[in-house]
Design a binder for this molecule. Structure first.
Ligand code: GMT
Length: 378
């Protein structure tokens, strides 16, 4: 199939999922066209089967806001025609599903039919999409998609609760390339990061308020009171400065390593003992899955789709949002018992196998085939 993929090219989970999906589909013989405003961060290798088309939005003094969705829908029209793209898969509803619908309508005028698959990822539904300013357009574009998927059952439930949805929604969980995280824990160069007796705690996110990074700091503060420990903070975002100030106030700044945006997530997770994800809301928690695939147990909140990934008492522990005391207690419990830590590490890796990309990507292929067949009949 010739598949157009629209996503955010940044470090967010939806862009990562879209990129990894495109790359795997290309290995399975499909021709993939990424259409977005920057080359996706994990898209290092373009090939015969993987193409990238940049959406440019020329600046004009009249525009207070640059009309990105207009430029995107025009680019989609051009690329579908030029490369004979057969299906568009858009990740994150805003504004991608809306722009894709506009492109589809324009193409229809020329007798070209291209179906749209929309994958909802989380904040496009729970935080931003349900805001009254966006809700009518988001509802419309979900209902006008030829197929809709969510990355967890919890996100499907939220979508049905928050919007007036007429479509069927399929749940296709996020996935992971387990080979990438199968480093065998031998070549981790852990010694470069911490002393042998220090536990390494990790948090990876885009440091937005929804991630509750201040809770990460508080939990780490409690851990390091009980045992030698270091905190690895990976990612950039609006909370960064506040987080640094918080660490300084608590007197733990020298125990916290800020990695910024990193493409070496697998290496960082390789030497981690515990992963913290105390988010306010999280449709899936791809970062937690990446940690688990590296054999790192997860201490998280029990919100949204996280319980579908992190299994309480098996791959880690779940607590109510904001319950720093409970998270600290659970973290210290796992970290202070070496045998238990090994057991949780093994369990985490085992649970991650449920999300093996080789099992999940065919679900998307089946959705594309069904959608194209359904649309051909219409
Ligand atoms: O909001 C973010 O954290 C970024 C966002 C995205 O669109 O990149 O992440 C969402 O999609 C990820 C991939 O499906 C999920 O793993 C995250 O849980 C989800 N984030 C939230 O729901 C807050």
């Amino acid at each position: 199939m010739k598949i157009g993929i629209v996503c955010y090219p940044t470090f967010g989970g939806s862009g990562v999922v879209a990129t990894e999906l495109g790359l795997e589909l290309s290995k399975r013989g499909h021709e993939i066209h990424f259409i977005t405003y920057n080359q996706p961060v994990r898209l290092e290798l373009l090939s015969n089967n993987v193409h990238y088309h940049e959406v440019n939005v020329p600046e004009y003094p009249l525009f207070h806001y640059q009309p990105y969705e207009l430029a995107l829908s025009s680019k989609l029209v051009d690329m579908v025609k030029l490369h004979k793209i057969e299906i568009l898969h858009v990740h994150y509803a805003i504004p991608h599903a809306y722009a894709a619908y506009m492109a589809k309508k324009m193409l229809q005028e020329e007798g070209i039919y291209v179906p749209i698959v929309t994958t909802l990822h989380g904040t496009d539904i729970t935080l931003v999409g349900s805001h009254p300013f966006y809700k009518p357009a988001v509802t419309f574009s979900i209902n006008k998609s030829d197929a809709v998927t969510t990355v967890s059952q919890s996100l499907k439930d939220d979508t049905m609760r928050l919007f007036d949805i007429k479509n069927n929604i399929s749940v296709v969980p996020n996935f992971i390339d387990l080979d990438k995280y199968n480093h065998g824990f031998t070549d981790c160069q852990r010694g470069m990061m911490a002393n042998d007796d220090e536990k390494i705690i990790t948090h990876i996110s885009n440091l937005r308020p929804v991630k509750r990074v201040q809770d990460v700091i508080e939990v780490f503060y409690n851990i390091q009171k009980e045992m030698p420990a270091k905190l690895m903070l990976v990612g950039e975002g609006p909370e960064r400065e506040k987080v640094e100030n918080h660490c300084q106030r608590l007197g733990i700044l020298e125990k916290v390593i800020f990695f910024g945006r990193s493409n070496e997530i697998d290496k960082i997770l390789c030497f981690s003992d515990l992963f913290l994800l105390p988010s306010q809301t999280e449709s899936f928690g791809l970062a937690a899955l990446e940690a688990m695939a590296s054999g790192v147990p997860v201490i998280s909140s029990n919100t949204g789709g996280i319980p579908e990934v992190n299994i309480h008492g098996v791959s880690g522990y779940l607590s109510n949002v904001g319950d720093i005391e409970d998270m600290s207690k659970n973290a210290i419990h796992i970290l202070s018992n070496p045998e238990l830590l090994v057991e949780f590490k093994n369990n985490a890796r085992k649970e991650s196998l449920n999300f093996d990309l080789h099992n999940i990507v065919p679900k998307y292929e089946a959705i594309y085939e069904d959608t194209m067949a359904k649309c051909m009949v219409l």
